[in-house]
Design a protein around this ligand. Structure first.
Ligand SMILES: Cc1cc2nc3c(=O)[nH]c(=O)nc-3n(C[C@H](O)[C@H](O)[C@H](O)COP(=O)(O)OP(=O)(O)OC[C@H]3O[C@@H](n4cnc5c(N)ncnc54)[C@H](O)[C@@H]3O)c2cc1C
Length: 268
């Protein structure tokens, strides 16, 4: 790719430039993510983190998550800087427990990076067999069109796809739901799902993304991750359409869904 300009008169000029060099963008697609690049924006978000509230609410789609991932991913903020800032916000008696969850999640990022560094071939290849009762060839190589266009028969899944495509960000739990839907409900290879995520995420990172996809798929864990509508309703927020009638494929007990999704039985 030819050298690209690094400075722009303003954000609109930057957006026009990106449009001009994005041939695959539909002419009527006017979405622009709210995420603003650069150190000032990253530090501004860092100063707003609440690691104690995070520990209590991070699994909820409306929880006190940090939105720091694009800045960490692109080296604008280092993990050490974020960790040290969080430690300053913890209890003054040195008890790390209330902020432990936040520090642990930073550690997950570091862990995936180290796994990638030591095993580069794992990024696009199955680390282990699927434990789903299916072989890799039972999974499709390509993402179905109704997924890439957010027209599946599950309204909540369409909402997550649209959020991913229009904002470049998804909450961790929504990533897990969408990845599980792609791999287990639609029986699509995790690699196709991972490529789809990487094409849209502003924090898109081969280690965190692809190894998390392998964890969901069960090729890098001892069982497949899946969920049911009740779980989604519990952790969701009002914007996500979670009515049962609009999400029939997700409804049922875990035993019912396991029987539907993994009819050959789950191995470990
Ligand atoms: C299928 C799937 C794909 C993912 N793809 C990516 C990706 O491409 N890039 C990416 O940075 N993260 C990825 N993650 C991890 C996680 O979802 C995001 O880091 C997190 O949601 C980013 O939002 P946040 O900054 O508000 O995170 P917070 O919840 O506020 O966490 C703070 C920071 O900790 C790190 N972190 C948090 N959770 C995780 C996690 N589970 N694994 C690794 N690091 C974590 C991130 O650097 C994050 O910015 C993926 C997770 C799943 C399940």
């Amino acid at each position: 790719m030819e050298n690209q300009p690094k400075t722009f008169a303003n954000r609109d000029a930057l957006i026009s430039h990106v449009r001009a060099i994005s041939p695959s963008l539909a002419p009527d697609d006017s979405h622009v993510s709210d995420t603003v690049g650069g150190r000032e924006a990253g530090v501004g978000l860092l100063e707003k983190i609440d690691p104690i509230a995070y520990g209590r609410s991070r699994n909820y789609l409306g929880g006190a998550v940090s939105y720091l991932s694009p800045y960490i991913r692109h080296g604008i903020l280092s993990l050490n800087e974020v960790r040290n800032f969080a430690l300053e916000l913890g209890p003054k008696d040195g008890d790390i427990k209330p902020i432990e969850k936040f520090i642990q999640e930073l550690a997950w990022r570091d862990f995936w990076q180290r796994v990638y560094q030591q095993n580069p071939s794992w990024i696009w290849n199955d680390v282990e067999d699927y434990k789903t009762g299916f072989a890799p060839e039972d999974y499709s190589d390509t993402l179905p069109e109704d997924v890439s266009t957010a027209q599946t028969d599950c309204a909540a899944i369409n909402y997550f796809i649209t959020t991913l495509q229009t904002t470049g960000y998804l909450h961790n739990h929504a990533r897990m739901y969408l990845a599980a839907y792609i791999v287990h409900w639609r029986r699509v290879k995790w690699q196709a799902g991972a490529r789809f995520f990487l094409a849209h995420l502003l924090d898109g990172d081969p280690a965190s993304n692809n190894l998390s996809f392998q964890w969901v798929a069960s090729t890098f864990s001892n069982k497949p991750y899946f969920f049911n509508l009740e779980n989604l309703q519990k952790f969701s927020h009002p914007q996500a359409p979670c009515e049962e009638a609009d999400n029939l494929a997700l409804a049922g007990s875990y035993d019912d869904l396991a029987a539907r999704l993994f009819p050959n039985g789950v191995s470990s």
